[in-house]
Ligand binder design. Sequence first.
Ligand SMILES: [Zn+2]
Ligand SMILES: [Zn+2]
Length: 82
Amino acid sequence: MLKLRPNCECCDKDLPPDSAEARICSFECTFCSSCAETVLHGACPNCGGELVARPRRPASKLEKYPASTERVLKPAGCTPAD
Ligand SMILES: [Zn+2]
Ligand SMILES: [Zn+2]
C-alpha cells in the first residue's frame, strides 16, 4: 500500500492524499508537480527513477487506510539526479 507522504521532499509543500500535484518514484520519494517538472525534470533525485503522478486514494478509504503523516524533507533542497 502506498504511504501517501504528506509533503514534497524538496520544498515541503503540503501534498494531501487527494492532491493532483503529487509525484512519486517507485520508492515513494514524493515531490510536488512543480519541483518534479521544473527542478527534477521527471527523475527522482534520490534513486534516479521516473516520477509519475501519485494515484489519489478515495476519501471513503482514508478512514480505514490513512495517509502517512511522517514528513520527509531534504534539508539542503533538491538538485537534479546525475
Ligand atoms: Zn516541491
Ligand atoms: Zn526515488
